[in-house]
Design a protein around this ligand. Structure first.
Ligand SMILES: [Zn+2]
Ligand SMILES: [Zn+2]
Ligand SMILES: [Zn+2]
Ligand SMILES: [Zn+2]
Length: 311
């Protein structure tokens, strides 16, 4: 994408015709504009529905007219995975990252850990666990349950109430789990389409030209963050794609050969899923630990009561 021109203070020099831009055919009013990579004209963000905050995220911009003429489609850079961040992810870094900065990686991780009362030290060790899942703390020793059946029944009843407090966390984890499954399906469909469209292009060109028909294959929807992607999945278009199990057509597909911009898309998508999987596993472990902890506490209470009765 081109950077926008420096706007001259008072606009048009005397005597010259006012230059008209955009689909609205109006002059430069000093408002934010975006340049089209097809026709080189400039467009008011407001007129073409691109927000200034998205400037850094636009990869290539094609105006409505150029899109109509099939000169290209607007492509977006992958956004930093931290939902509040509007900066592009450092996908060209080595290794490619799904965050704009390492700091945002840590912040994202913290935001995902919603279980109660973590000390900063614990969060830090969890953040480390992203790279070393093995280092996760083990569950403490178990306390034996009381011998009396009625005491044990009482504990089970109390635990039902205790465990209920963990329901929101359990729900959050199962939501993450189903989103991961959806993303994984989508990535498979994206890979299928990459292959299919490459085959189609080969057929269209009648095998006349040699050279690779490998295409980038990046689907623009892969750049959506978790929330936006989930929303898209629930749209008519999304539902249809998942029902059919295939992405037909070439919409939102990058067909470039040797595409620099999305070079690592599959690798990043896979890393994303691996991170998500670790978060889910760690989240489940935390819940299990918490449940064991609650059980342990009830057991201790009950054993103390038992001792008092025996005195
Ligand atoms: Zn306009
Ligand atoms: Zn254009
Ligand atoms: Zn960021
Ligand atoms: Zn591409």
């Amino acid at each position: 994408m081109k950077s926008r021109p420096v706007h001259a203070g008072n606009g048009v020099p005397k005597g010259s015709e006012e230059t008209l831009y955009c689909i609205c055919k109006k002059p430069d009013t000093g408002k934010w504009m975006i340049g089209c990579d097809g026709c080189d004209d400039w467009f008011h963000g407001e007129c073409v529905n691109v927000r200034p905050v998205e400037e850094e995220l636009v990869d290539q911009y094609f105006c409505p007219g150029c899109q109509e003429k099939n000169l290209g489609i607007t492509t977006w850079k992958r956004r930093c995975r931290l939902p509040s961040c509007q900066r592009p992810a450092a996908t060209n870094a080595q290794p490619p990252s799904k965050y704009c900065t390492p700091e945002h990686g840590v912040e994202f991780f913290k935001s995902k850990i919603t279980l109660a009362d973590y000390t900063p030290g614990e969060v830090a060790s969890l953040a480390n666990a992203v790279n070393d899942a093995a280092g996760f703390q083990k569950l403490g020793d178990n306390v034996p349950a009381p011998s009396s059946p009625s005491d044990r029944a009482k504990i089970e009843n109390l635990l039902v109430v205790d465990f209920q407090k963990l329901e929101p966390q359990k729900e959050a984890i199962s939501l993450q789990q189903s989103r991961l499954a959806t993303r994984s399906k989508f990535i498979t469909m994206t890979k299928d389409r990459q292959k299919r469209v490459a085959d189609e292009l080969r057929a269209e060109e009648n095998q006349s030209s040699k050279g690779s028909k490998e295409i980038c294959g990046f689907d623009m929807r892969l750049a959506l963050d978790d929330e936006d992607f989930a929303e898209w999945c629930e749209s008519e278009e999304g539902k249809l794609i998942f029902e059919n199990g295939t992405i037909s057509g070439r919409e939102d597909l990058c067909v470039k050969k040797k595409c620099e911009k999305h070079k690592y898309w599959l690798r990043i998508a896979i890393e994303d899923m691996e991170l998500e999987e670790r978060l889910i596993t760690e989240g489940s472990t935390l819940i299990t630990n918490e449940e064991n902890e609650l059980r342990k506490r009830q057991n201790i209470k009950s054993l103390m009561e038992e001792n008092q009765r025996l005195r």
